[in-house]
Design a protein around this ligand. Sequence first.
Ligand SMILES: C[S@@+](CC[C@H](N)C(=O)[O-])C[C@H]1O[C@@H](n2cnc3c(N)ncnc32)[C@H](O)[C@@H]1O
Length: 265
Amino acid sequence: MPPDRLKELSEMDQRTPHDAVEAALGRSTAGALGRKGGPHSLLRRALRGFIHFFSYHLILSRKNIRVSHAAGFRLLVRPTVFHPKFFISSERFAEFIDTLDLSGKLVAEVGTGSGILALAAARAGAKLVVATDINPNAALSANENAHGNGLGDRVTGVCMNLLAAIPPRPLFDVILSSPPKHAGEPKNLADRGWHAGPAYRDISALFDQARERLAPGGRIYLMVSSDTDLTLFSSLIEKAGFGAREIREHSLVVESLIIYELLPR
Ligand SMILES: C[S@@+](CC[C@H](N)C(=O)[O-])C[C@H]1O[C@@H](n2cnc3c(N)ncnc32)[C@H](O)[C@@H]1O
């Protein structure tokens, strides 16, 4: 194909010339996750900014403790903690966890917020769930909610960065995470539920750390958005030595929520 035509085509569909060549050869450059997510167009970026503006001011920045009912749990949601009812991702992921048999499993959840996913894992049979969050109010909420829902003997919330402060043993059978879905500097602690820093700085070590902590036969369940930079996530996942399989997609019209299973290669 003449170089000018190739450039023209790649500009039209926003692929790089390299990607256009790969596509023309029938090869995918989408990486482990099999897709290239991210709000590519100006319009999508504007829509994303609009949704964040309202979510931040109306939900993330609230100053009072709320009581919420989500996924069959009664949850106290402290200020700055990711709200499990207003943000639909929480219940969709909890519904998926309900389909798993986690009987007797050791589970870790990274970025627990109110603890909703950790509680769902305990309800699915997990022997013990360690639920981490960078936000101390989230770790506190997870503990309060575990006790409030009769699961305090099996769910423990701890404030830490990813899995960094967990002792090297025991290893986990399952690691769950619904990390912040967007790149960009968070405004404050509350906004860390949404933004993970430029180039996902705050969670980029997640997959390497998880690889170190997984028991033989273990797996990760990860929720991302179609607006997440899936190309970047793919490279982090591949670098950590995982392969990925898409398990579920939930369309929200403006974006999709996608759950992947990651297995060590
Ligand atoms: C999208 S929210 C998900 C919350 C909860 N799992 C749910 O589904 O409702 C992401 C969570 O990750 C936490 N988080 C962000 N960066 C983190 C990090 N480096 N280590 C641990 N938690 C982090 C945020 O505080 C937030 O609670």
